[in-house]
Ligand binder design. Structure first.
Ligand SMILES: Cc1cc2nc3c(=O)[nH]c(=O)nc-3n(C[C@H](O)[C@H](O)[C@H](O)COP(=O)(O)OP(=O)(O)OC[C@H]3O[C@@H](n4cnc5c(N)ncnc54)[C@H](O)[C@@H]3O)c2cc1C
Ligand code: FES
Length: 261
């Protein structure tokens, strides 16, 4: 982990209310693993840094973040221009586990949940793994653009209003096709809202094959480096700090009553 000052290369609104921020930061671009995150000091008088998953790294030089504008910090960040300098800390957290034995991966991305999964998909195809990525959004205008995804993966789209792809939510899609999806995947990875994780866990209990499901817990954080204990949660494996021991957890280790935004 390093504290760095990094120049913004571009910051564009990729989807309504969602920005793709590209930063020149060779250290993080070289050492980051999918599922890790960085924190950004945002203006507007905010004391706490805001955490964001590493969305992509390019040529050991560039790092990108895909974020949804939800409040003060992300509004400030969305207004930054290329050439401006950001104060970053990263890479942080554990990252996804991608065992060598995993040949076929199922990735479930709800909304801005594509943020860490695009990096995982790229990483996996470089290791010759087969990737099926299911992306869900409310409507087609919030679907992450295919041209930003690796071409050599299977992409499936789901929209709640049926304006593109299959109609429904990611979890409805999973329920409808679980037999095929689960039997074809060695490992499953998900990123999205807590309600999506809880529903995946409910369904998982009924699956005949108990596959590993790793999720990214995007809860509110204080320091982001294991110093303040503000992100501590009790898990089935004991007390864990989401920023240091996570943010990636096996879904069945999570005690849902412990997880609050
Ligand atoms: C490890 C990690 C990785 C993350 N990666 C991404 C990412 O790649 N892209 C992305 O868009 N967001 C990501 N988030 C969430 C992001 O950090 C928050 O949306 C951001 O901190 C909000 O800051 P704000 O000042 O704009 O909002 P605030 O003004 O602090 O809050 C505004 C609203 O957003 C809600 N909110 C605040 N924090 C979170 C949170 N952590 N999760 C969900 N809702 C929140 C609040 O409840 C409130 O309703 C991640 C969070 C974590 C912990
Ligand atoms: S946010 Fe401070 S210990 Fe995790």
């Amino acid at each position: 982990m390093k504290l760095v000052e990094a120049r913004i290369v571009s910051n564009t609104e990729l989807l309504p209310g969602h920005n793709l921020l590209c930063i020149e930061e060779p250290y993080i671009a070289t050492v980051a693993k999918p599922g890790q995150f960085l924190t950004i000091r945002c203006g507007n008088g905010l004391i706490l840094r805001r955490p964001f998953s590493i969305h992509r790294t390019v040529d050991g030089k560039l790092v990108s973040v895909f974020f949804k504008v939800v409040g003060k910090g992300t509004t400030w960040l969305s207004q930054r221009d290329s050439g401006e300098v950001l104060d970053l800390l990263g890479p942080l957290g554990n990252g996804f586990s991608l065992p060598e034995s995993a040949q076929s991966l199922l990735l479930l991305a709800g909304g801005a949940g594509i943020a860490p999964l695009a990096f995982l998909a790229e990483w996996a195809v470089r290791q010759d793994k087969k990737v099926k990525l299911v992306i869900g959004a409310q409507t087609s205008k919030y679907l992450y653009p295919t041209e930003y995804l690796p071409s050599n993966i299977e992409q499936v789209f789901v929209t709640e209003d049926g304006s593109y792809g299959e109609k429904g939510t990611i979890t409805q899609f999973l329920a409808r096709h679980s037999e095929k999806l689960v039997s074809q995947a060695d490992y499953i990875y998900a990123c999205g809202p807590l309600a999506m994780y809880q529903e995946i866990e409910n369904q998982r209990r009924k699956w005949q094959q108990k596959k590993s499901v790793q999720v990214s817990l995007e809860i509110r954080m204080g320091c982001g480096i294991g110093a303040c204990y503000g992100c501590s949660i009790m898990t089935r494996k004991g007390m864990r700090q989401v920023c240091k021991d996570g943010p990636i957890f096996e879904i069945d280790d999570i005690i849902w009553e412990e997880v609050r935004l």
